[in-house]
Design a binder for this molecule. Structure first.
Ligand SMILES: Nc1ncnc2c1ncn2[C@@H]1O[C@H](COP(=O)(O)OP(=O)(O)OP(=O)(O)O)[C@@H](O)[C@H]1O
Length: 257
């Protein structure tokens, strides 16, 4: 099984340790994992370290029997795609060009083949922003740019896809749509998908499993329901979490100070 596993991951900035000896549960292809935790818990740091974008002081990252840490960044990126909240876009690029450049791994000297153009256009359709193809990226709203970021992530497939707060700038409908796309991508392409999320109800609704972080450490893993309703969760967020149910029987949590 081509699962992702990582252990002993430690990240330091200057003299400060921000990720403490983190070991992930093995994550399977086709699964969606919600990475949750309060501000500064270390979610982005962990995702970036898994993608080879952060300085890993210690630890190992494996995809099945391939060890990723120690690889050149370019090679690591073939296995793991990290989608940040927002890309810094060049004003000269249209949406389609930005996605095409991502497809070509940022290499502006490679000539795009017809199949690259098709893949870029398909990524726009998948994310529901084909109508924005010819717009300059910098003219778009924050939410539209976030959708472009996802299309960039999808244009160049990899077995692991890491989404860093992918819904933070999106309206209610687009949050649901984006996470439906994420789930479909995980299932249809057999991708291991991890999304950092602040909205616990989105995590419950869309993820198969959940990892709760606090202060650079993992404090709980399991099903979203078990993790979110655990005492750990109330403790790290510093709120009371009340459980409710929709008319359709779906679990909801409501936070209270
Ligand atoms: N480049 C950096 N240099 C120094 N400290 C950093 C750097 N990047 C992150 N940190 C620190 O690491 C800790 C974790 O930050 P991180 O961005 O991973 O948290 P997060 O859980 O993603 O937070 P948020 O939900 O607010 O986005 C924070 O204390 C942050 O200040």
């Amino acid at each position: 099984m081509t699962h992702l596993h990582a252990h002993g991951m430690t990240v330091r900035y200057g003299g400060t340790t921000v990720l403490h000896n983190v070991t992930l549960p093995a994550l399977q292809p086709g699964s969606v994992t919600a990475l949750i935790g309060p501000n500064a818990a270390g979610k982005s740091t962990l995702l970036r370290a898994l993608a080879g974008l952060g300085p890993l002081a210690a630890g190992e990252v494996w995809l099945a029997d391939t060890r990723l840490d120690g690889m050149r960044r370019r090679d690591w990126a073939r296995h793991v795609r990290y989608v940040p909240q927002l890309f810094g876009h060049s004003a000269a690029l249209t949406v389609l060009d930005a996605v095409l450049v991502a497809r070509l791994a940022g290499d502006l000297h490679v000539r795009a083949a017809a199949q690259d153009r098709t893949a870029a256009a398909e990524a726009l359709v998948e994310v529901g922003i084909a109508h924005l193809a010819e717009r300059p990226v910098t003219d778009l709203s924050g939410g539209q740019q976030q959708l472009v970021a996802l299309a960039m992530g999808l244009a160049r497939p990899a077995p692991v896809l890491l989404l860093d707060e992918p819904t933070s700038a999106l309206d209610l409908r687009r949050q649901l749509e984006l996470l439906n796309v994420a789930r479909r991508v995980a299932r249809d392409r057999n991708v291991i998908l991890i999304a950092a999320l602040h909205d616990l109800n989105l995590a419950i609704r869309h993820a198969d499993s959940c990892i709760l972080m606090y202060d650079g450490r993992i404090c709980a893993t399991g099903t979203p329901e078990d993790v979110i309703l655990s005492a750990h969760s109330e403790g790290v967020y510093g709120v009371r979490l009340n459980k409710a149910e929709t008319a359709a029987g779906r679990l909801l949590v409501e936070a209270e100070l």
